[in-house]
Write a protein that binds this ligand. Sequence first.
Ligand code: NDP
Length: 447
Amino acid sequence: MALDSTTTAVYNEVVRRNPAEPEFHQAALEVLHSIQPVLQQQPELRDARLLERLCEPERQVMFRVVWTDDRGRTHVNRGFRVGFSSALGPYKGGLRFHRSVNLGVVKFLAFEQIFKNALTGLGIGAGKGGADFDPSGRSDGEIMRFCQAYMTELHRHIGPHTDVPAGDIGVGGREIGYLFGQYKRITNRFDAGTLTGKDLVLGGSFVRPEATGYGVVYFVEAMLAERGHSLEDKTVVVSGAGNVAQHAMAKLQQMGATVVACSDSSGYVHDPSGIRVDVLREIKQNQRRKLDAYPELVPTARFVPDRAPWDVPCDIAVPSATQNELGEADAIALVKNGLIAVAEGANMPCTPKAIDILHDAGIAFAPGKAANAGGVATSALEMQQNASRDRWSFSDTDKTLADTMRNIHSSCLITAADYERPGNYVVGANISGFLTVASAMNTLGLV
Ligand code: NDP
């Protein structure tokens, strides 16, 4: 990616200050590249060192998490929480529990969140956190003790007006419940607005579990409509089999598409007659097993170990597992097989080279910070409901989510056209999010 002298200097400083954090460098490079035309039009932003400020997290917390397993053995993990920008509201973004978590991963996720949260228009800043804890194979008791140990430190740094965590990889409703329980115990306050993604009984919102996956599909629907297509009779491949993937698959099927493959960290399942989400739920949530169990329950399906699903022919691909999971060779295979659209359910799942290949082939490409913004948008709705001690109906909340996704889609398209990159959702999302947060930062003064 070619950068001009200003953005090169900012990028070099990001790399110098944040060594060995390739995911953060990758996320920063993409945004800096996209927003160059804005800087040419508004040189005053360079003088205010806005980019330098935007690329430096407001705060980063790293802490030791000590817990004991069911056999009484002691484990030591590292916990993180990065508050990247509070220009638009309290830090907001999920917690990831996965063995691959490190400061660079958390920083890239929090950085992406700045632009994503700005795109929602809902007054939320950007943060992210997690731990290098591997939840696979752990009992409920072990998960609870880990969550309690993690929250014992995190509680000092969060609150409804400061920083509001939610879920991400490895953190779903069960973990949010345990985290909230410990927060409530330590602080002596039932501050429901401190965490989102809560169970309904704790003040959670209807549609929050579904929101990221449903939102991706609403975005795809808008993107296809722009090109005279619909989801009816389309073949879709989704990666992942977790929260985002399952709800995306359910909504895709409701809208007339057939999802023929999905994956987890052990491999992928392929079934041309359509993947059954109820079976996925049984395997992943109830039995907490890997996808090799799927053909035991659905004999028409084939399990392919240790592979991503991108060689399965499809019209639409929805990568919804993790960062950099769809590379150059995958993009080439997808294009060769007749792909028309890609929407990122995960954060940064496509590598920069894969995105170039998709753009060059004229594929409609929706970046995660636009396409998966429905999750955090509905978290903001959960915060609103907690603040007013109210509960909105499923249908009203779902309608607000769908409207939000259509608005984000339009902002991306309009902004991309304004900056002479028609149809480029990456440029549209980055510039649109940047303009909002830059305006707030200018209004706040040098803080
Ligand atoms: P889950 O933990 O519910 O599911 C993650 C899925 O991805 C699992 O099937 C997991 O497999 C698979 N996976 C994780 N890491 C890898 C890997 N290295 N290689 C292959 N497969 C992998 O997480 P979510 O569905 O919540 O999150 C998925 C993505 O969506 C992440 O990028 C997250 O940041 C993003 N996202 C999530 C939001 C949310 O609301 N939850 C909001 C916006 C974005 P296994 O089960 O075998 O571990």
